[in-house]
Write a protein that binds this ligand. Structure first.
Ligand code: GLA
Length: 724
């Protein structure tokens, strides 16, 4: 059964339950105890509760495994422990604001026109709206003195076991207010000594998962670069010694690119709090009279059965709600083959060979435009380089189309190189301070996208490119962080909003075009850009072994369909490692497959293997890109990496062994998610087996890979006829 079918069932179920609730017997969705002012948000297996106390404070009560009865919850009367432990410090607030006797992390700090820097809110009321597949509770607060309205939004995706939280501010006064801090929500986790995990990394080493113990003090993860970065990623995972399949896991992913900050703190009063939202670093948003501002949303949830369930919920939500429909094509990208030395003739040859192998989309990368022969020139001059394409780029496009492939092209629109015509004409379009010299990085400046004329220029340039040529795919790169900004401290937010706006407008006009988000490799992987863009370029590190680590960490939060993975040449340009083509293919087939080799140098043997692998990938693509993904445990002393994918009644397993430490040690592959009583045909490289789901899941299959960089693909399917 597909997810969408399951989901449909739940919509019906949900409708029924909503009626029940209105009759006062409700147990699903949003449940309210009016006499106690307590709100209970119910998903299939989780509950989230908070209430409004007699002081008007919005106080958190519970987040975790489902509790059915709203009547169970109560708001204890707050008492001060001592004058040094004011009630605001002790109580668990849903939306702590800066002001009063609060010294803890706050979600909102505002300076009003008269210089007052304290928010004092009161509860106004609530409303419930029905969104797409969710119910939304909106809690309305307002400042006691100033005309600032604050709304706390909670979208309850009952069937997905997820919630989304965000804040909307409305300046109903006649004067400007300055918002200096806005976090999308505060979470309270009713445990201490949790494990916090996220990723660290840098160029060529994105998505390096780390786990650290939470104790007293604070853990801060953030980005200050404007472009999302390779360092920390905007999400939190907190667990109580969970495994893939057991234990409590609390998680949240911020739907925002660029700057963000997140704080995890084990408080002196018991429990752990988490906040995530816009980074207050160098931030100030002018909220003018009458204006609204919505914080980015946090997509969040709780699993009482480990990381696997967390990933499944997020992947499923991303596939159903965020990502554009359709499978991602097998692409060929010429970057590693030619770098800047692009010529029409060679690109045509590469395209022909890529088609022969089975590629569906040919992407010409950097180097096709302006005077772009290296990193120091060209960005901003988005005209076709006549020396490289004497008859225009359409000659290549025609060739690619006549071969029956789609055509894609690389751009880096947010940037400009100093020697270009664009910079000569508009030196003031870059981020700069008049009295300072702007830094170049990779030989380029960042265009100030908060300027309306720059934003329009970029939209028109890209619109002309898409309208003038038959382009199906844009790889949008961004190869440096922002510096020297401008005088407005909301630019960190506005810049990325401009990127979103441009791509949304382009997609409206050119709905068939897919967009890949790249920033020096995987520097733009986040839930803000996902959905506006269709793919992530996961890393410039295309070493098939390094990729296994990157892909594994990526899969905790992000959906497989958006994970672009290429097969490239050996020795790999980063690692200098030699890895067999089969392993390289299997590693890249774990996501949306791409080929980045100089295929013109392929031997007959390489060609035959590549054809076969691409053929097989197309067969398994629905399972890989839209199936359920499992990180399987490896019980062997050898470092096997084993992953399962499953869709409807079919599935597959990729197993890798980079280097056996103990040659004869095998691993046991214990399948996940099968029907215990069903019989499955399992296709191994050396034969076929028929086993029950129970056997495959509990006993498992023994798998031994030999030699360095060994890999295998096992496929399985449920037999309708049982063992017959
Ligand atoms: C970045 C990208 C690469 C490639 C180059 C081109 O590094 O991550 O994939 O497009 O730019 O300059």
């Amino acid at each position: 059964m597909t997810f969408s079918k399951t989901y449909d069932k739940f919509v019906l179920l949900k409708k029924g339950k909503i009626q029940d609730r209105e009759m006062g017997k409700a147990k699903m969705g949003i449940v309210i105890n009016h006499s106690e002012n307590i709100f209970l948000l119910q998903t299939r297996s989780n509950s989230y509760a908070f209430g409004i106390d007699d002081q008007g404070l919005v106080r958190h009560l519970y987040w975790g495994k489902r509790i059915n009865e709203v009547e169970d919850f109560e708001l204890p009367v707050l008492t001060e422990v001592s004058t040094n432990d004011p009630v605001y410090e002790i109580t668990r607030e849903e939306f702590p604001v800066y002001g009063s006797l609060r010294y803890k992390e706050h979600c909102l700090k505002v300076t009003f026109a008269d210089g007052v820097r304290e928010v004092v809110y009161e509860y106004v009321g609530y409303r419930i709206e029905n969104g797409e597949s969710c119910e939304e509770l909106i809690l309305e607060l307002k400042d006691r003195h100033y005309a600032l309205k604050m709304e706390l939004h909670y979208k309850v995706y009952e069937a997905y076991d997820l919630m989304e939280r965000f804040i909307v501010l409305h300046n109903a006064s006649g004067e400007t207010m300055e918002v200096e801090q806005l976090q999308s929500g505060q979470f309270h986790i009713p445990y201490e000594n949790l494990n916090f995990s996220n990723v660290h990394g840098h160029w060529g080493a994105e998505q390096q998962r780390f786990v650290q113990k939470v104790s007293y003090g604070k853990i801060v993860i953030e980005n200050r670069r404007g472009i999302s970065s390779h360092n920390h990623n905007p999400y939190f995972i907190l667990d109580r010694d969970a495994t893939e399949t057991s234990g409590d896991v609390y998680f949240g992913a911020l739907r925002q690119s660029g700057n963000f900050s997140g704080v995890v703190e084990q408080t002196p009063y018991g429990g752990t709090l988490v906040q995530m939202g816009l980074n207050a670093h160098d931030f100030c948003l002018e909220l003018k009279a009458g204006e609204h501002f919505a914080s980015p949303a946090i997509l969040c949830g709780y699993s009482d059965c480990g990381f696997e369930t967390m990933s499944h919920r997020l992947h499923r939500f991303a596939n159903d709600f965020i990502l554009s429909e359709g499978f991602r094509p097998v692409l060929y990208n010429s970057w590693e083959a030619t770098e800047f030395g692009v010529t029409c003739e060679e690109q045509k040859k590469l395209a022909k060979k890529a088609k022969e192998l089975g590629a569906e989309l040919f992407v010409v990368d950097d180097g096709w435009f302006g005077e772009r022969n290296g990193i120091d020139n060209g960005l901003g001059d988005w005209y076709v380089n006549e020396k490289k394409f004497p008859n225009g780029i359409d000659e290549l496009i025609r060739e690619v189309k006549s071969l029956g492939m789609m055509f894609g092209i690389w751009v880096e629109p947010e940037m400009v190189n100093p020697p270009t015509k664009l910079f000569a004409e508009h030196p003031d379009w870059i981020y700069h301070f008049d009295t300072r010299t702007s830094d170049t990085s990779r030989g380029q400046y960042v265009l100030d996208l908060t300027k309306a004329e720059v934003k329009s220029f970029l939209y028109e340039m890209l619109d002309n490119l898409l309208s003038g040529h038959e382009i199906d795919y844009i790889k949008w790169d961004a190869n440096r962080p922002i510096s020297q900004t401008n005088l407005h401290r909301d630019l960190w937010y506005r810049h990325i909003e401009a990127v979103y706006d441009i791509v949304k407008a382009l997609k409206k006009k050119h709905p068939h075009v897919l967009f890949e988000a790249c920033a020096s490799g995987g520097g733009r992987i986040d839930y803000g850009i996902l959905g506006i863009f269709d793919d992530f370029w996961t890393s410039d590190n295309t070493d098939a072994y390094d990729r296994l680590t990157i892909q594994d960490s990526y899969s905790y939060i992000y959906p497989i369909k958006a994970m672009r993975a290429w097969v490239t040449d050996c020795p790999n340009f980063i690692s200098a490692r030699m890895i067999p083509l089969k392993f390289r293919f299997h590693s890249a087939m774990m996501g949306s497959l791409g080929i980045g080799c100089n295929v013109l140098k392929f031997t007959e043997e390489d060609t035959a293997m590549a054809k076969e692998m691409i053929r097989e990938y197309k067969e398994i693509r629905p399972i890989v890109q839209e199936g359920i993904f499992y990180r399987l445990e490896n019980p062997s002393a050898n470092d096997y990496a084993v992953y399962e994918y499953q869709k409807e009644e079919k599935g597959l397993i990729f197993a890798f062994l980079a280097q056996g430490k103990i040659g004869h040690r095998s691993t046991t592959v214990r399948f996940r998610g099968l029907e215990a009583d069903a019989v499955y045909t399992v296709l191994l490289e050396n034969g076929e087996l028929k086993k029950s789901g129970a056997y495959l899941m509990q006993h498992g299959l023994e798998l031994r890979l030999n030699g360095d960089y060994a890999s295998t693909l096992i496929r399985f399917a449920k037999c309708e006829t049982g063992r017959a």
